[in-house]
Design a protein around this ligand. Structure first.
Ligand SMILES: Cc1cc2nc3c(=O)[nH]c(=O)nc-3n(C[C@H](O)[C@H](O)[C@H](O)COP(=O)(O)OP(=O)(O)OC[C@H]3O[C@@H](n4cnc5c(N)ncnc54)[C@H](O)[C@@H]3O)c2cc1C
Length: 297
């Protein structure tokens, strides 16, 4: 499966993948699977499942990942270093392999709510690069390993030079692909790719796109991710007032233009942050197929 995933990511046909997060309740989990089931017949066959801060979704990430796999998705399960010893992480890698996941997105993770700065577990890891090494040592090539990329630089990085240095270091520790943080200005992605290539990073760098649903949502996401909201996008959302359908239409138009331009600029595909809802991805697939930029089902 891992080599299939790599072939897919390296093929000239753009991949479209979607991201789910494990819901807190059984009802939420069923609803997530209903939404996931709607996207499978539309030609989306790669899904990622996030890992809650501090290991809070240890079980539900696994369960949701297994359920997505049962729907026919190739699953990329996220894993973070927060709150875990090395041996716990090794155990989780074993479970991901046994579950038949296609890949792991190896992340450092953010500090738990209220904590200032990241503190490693006493027997744990400090950086995503160490997790990449641990996964490779434990699982070899039995699954693919991805890492996070930051078109607008990681918020903890003191400057662009150190940001790129550690990013390249992390990829060279054994990553097969990069998925980026959400961004709204394609120039940031194009710069990241150019800088990464200049630093010897050759793996596919998949842009992460948020089809914005509302002004409130984009403010929440940007305060967490530190992504910039372009003035033009914000003004268009403000003009919609309380009209949620109009706000979603603005978000879809923005995402469509971003994706068309990114694929034209050579992006290997696109990863959609769909917040467990299928409607925006469905609409984007129709539009992108209509424009001939992704293959028919
Ligand atoms: C696509 C994507 C998916 C995500 N999914 C999740 C998720 O499921 N769960 C979750 O909790 N969080 C998730 N995150 C958030 C992520 O955990 C945070 O952004 C976190 O702050 C950094 O993780 P990282 O893996 O990039 O860390 P790292 O690559 O370790 O980098 C963190 C910081 O340390 C610096 N650094 C790295 N190595 C060194 C070194 N050796 N010496 C000095 N400095 C160094 C880097 O420059 C950077 O500033 C996701 C982010 C992205 C982009």
């Amino acid at each position: 499966m891992s080599s299939n995933l790599l072939q897919r990511l390296r093929s000239p046909r753009p991949t479209v993948s979607v991201e789910f997060f494990p819901p807190k309740t059984a009802e939420g989990m069923s609803q997530m699977l209903v939404e996931a089931a709607k996207l499978r017949p539309l030609g989306i066959d790669l899904a990622s499942i996030t890992y809650g801060a501090g290991g809070t979704t240890r079980e539900t990430t696994l369960t949701a990942g297994r359920d997505l796999r049962a729907l026919g998705y190739g699953v990329i399960a996220h894993l973070t270093c927060v709150g875990h010893s090395r041996s716990e992480l090794e155990g989780l890698v074993d479970q991901y392999v046994a579950a038949g996941f296609s890949g792991i997105l190896a992340l450092r993770g953010d500090p738990p709510k209220g904590a200032v700065g990241f503190t490693a577990h006493p027997q744990g890891l400090r950086y995503a690069s160490e997790l990449v090494e641990l996964i490779r040592a434990r699982a070899g090539q039995r699954l693919s390993v991805g890492v996070a990329g930051f078109p607008e630089r990681h918020p903890d990085s003191p400057d662009a030079v150190s940001d790129l240095h550690w990013f390249a270091h992390k990829v060279k520790a054994g990553a097969d692909f990069v998925t980026t943080q959400l961004f709204f200005d394609n120039a940031d992605y194009v710069r990241l790719v150019a800088d990464a290539r200049a630093h010897g990073v050759t793996v596919p760098i998949i842009p992460g796109i948020l089809p914005v649903r509302s002004l409130k949502q984009v403010h929440n996401f940007c305060s967490l991710s530190h992504a910039k909201i372009p003035q033009e996008l914000e003004s268009k959302l403000i003009e919609c007032g309380e009209n949620e359908a109009a706000q979603l239409a603005v978000g879809l138009n923005w995402a469509e233009k971003q994706i068309v331009d990114l694929l034209a600029a050579g992006a290997p595909g696109v990863h959609l942050y769909i917040v467990n809802r299928s409607d925006a991805a469905q609409e984007l697939l129709v539009r992108l197929r209509g424009r001939g930029v992704i293959a028919p089902v």
